[in-house]
Design a protein around this ligand. Structure first.
Ligand code: NDP
Length: 245
C-alpha cells in the first residue's frame, strides 16, 4: 500500500469529510486529499487546530475547505442530520467519509476500567460514528461513487492485554464496517477499514511514552493507502480490512 502512487487530480471534484481533521493522521489526510483536488470538510473538536489546517490548505492554493467544529462526545443525532442537510445544500452530495477521530482513554488492567471513560470511548469511537454514518448515507448514495473508511487498529483485529475499551471499540468499528459493507455490496457506496499501523502522532506517544517517535512512520508517509481508498481506483474494494503499512 505504501507504494501506491496517486494521480495529481485523483480527487478532483470530490467532497470528502474527515473527522479528527485537526491533528495527527486526520490532519495529514485532509491536506493530502485537498492536494489531490478534493474539497475537504474538516470536522474536529478543537477549532484552533481546524483553522490551522484550513489556513494550510488555502495557503497552498488547494480547494477551499469547510470547517465543522463538533465534539463527538456530546453530539446528538440532530447535529449530524443538520450537518448532512448543510452539506446537501452546499455540495449536493458527499463522495468520501473518513472516520478517523478516536479517543484512546487510559490503558491498564481490566479491573481498573472506569465506567465514565468506557462510555466516553464507546460514544466517540463507535456510537457517534454509527449515527454520523446513518445521517450521511442518503447524501453519499447521491454521489456517483462514494467511499466510507473506518479507522481500525491492530488491537481491533486481535485483542491485547491492557488495551481495554479502546480495543473493544475498534472491534466494534470492524463489525460496523462489515455490516454496512454487506448492505452496500453492489451499490455505489463502498465501505472499508484501515489500520494505520504505528504512526508518529500524539495518540501513539500517549500509548507508548518510552518510544522514540523518530523510529515511526509519519502520518504523511502512510497517506498512499488513504488516497487509494478515496480515489476511484478502489471502487471495487468493499468490506476489506486493510493495513496502511
Ligand atoms: P490523534 O490523537 O493524534 O488525533 C485524533 C484526532 O481526533 C484529533 O484531531 C482529535 O481532536 C480528534 N478527536 C478526538 N476526540 C474527538 C471528539 N470527541 N470529537 C471530535 N474529534 C475528536 O490520533 P491519531 O492521528 O494517532 O489517530 C487517528 C486514528 O488512527 C484514530 O482512530 C486511531 O485510533 C487510529 N490509529 C492510530 C495509530 C497510531 O499509531 N497513531 C495506530 C492505530 C490506529 P483534538 O485534537 O481537537 O482533540
Amino acid at each position: 500500500m505504501l507504494e501506491y502512487q496517486a494521480a495529481k487530480d485523483l480527487l478532483n471534484n470530490k467532497t470528502i469529510l474527515v473527522t479528527g481533521a485537526g491533528d495527527g493522521i486526520g490532519r495529514a489526510a485532509s491536506i493530502e486529499f485537498a492536494k489531490h483536488g478534493a474539497t475537504v470538510i474538516l470536522l474536529g473538536k478543537t477549532v484552533k487546530k481546524l483553522e490551522n489546517v484550513y489556513d494550510e490548505i488555502v495557503n497552498a492554493g488547494y480547494p477551499k475547505p469547510a470547517i465543522v467544529p463538533l465534539d463527538m462526545k456530546g453530539a446528538t443525532e440532530q447535529n449530524y442530520i443538520d450537518m448532512a442537510d448543510t452539506i446537501a445544500e452546499q455540495f449536493g452530495h458527499l463522495d468520501g467519509l473518513l472516520h478517523n477521530a478516536s479517543q484512546l482513554g487510559a490503558l491498564g488492567p481490566f479491573e481498573h476500567i472506569d465506567l465514565t471513560s468506557l462510555e466516553t470511548i464507546l460514544k466517540v469511537n463507535v456510537t457517534a460514528q454509527a449515527i454520523m454514518t446513518k445521517s450521511l448515507l442518503p447524501i453519499m448514495r447521491k454521489a456517483e461513487h462514494a467511499s466510507i473508511v473506518f479507522t481500525s487498529s491492530g488491537v481491533g483485529r486481535k485483542g491485547r492485554a491492557y488495551w481495554g475499551p479502546y480495543a473493544f471499540s475498534k472491534f466494534a468499528t470492524e463489525g460496523m464496517m462489515q455490516v454496512l459493507a454487506d448492505e452496500c455490496d453492489n451499490t455505489s457506496v463502498r465501505v472499508n477499514s484501515i489500520n494505520p499501523g504505528a504512526t508518529r502522532t500524539e495518540m501513539r506517544a500517549k500509548a507508548y511514552p518510552g518510544e522514540d517517535p523518530k523510529t515511526l512512520k509519519t502520518a504523511q508517509e502512510i497517506m498512499p493507502s488513504y488516497l487509494f481508498l478515496m480515489g476511484n481506483g478502489s471502487i471495487d474494494t468493499n468490506g476489506q480490512a486493510l493495513n496502511a503499512q
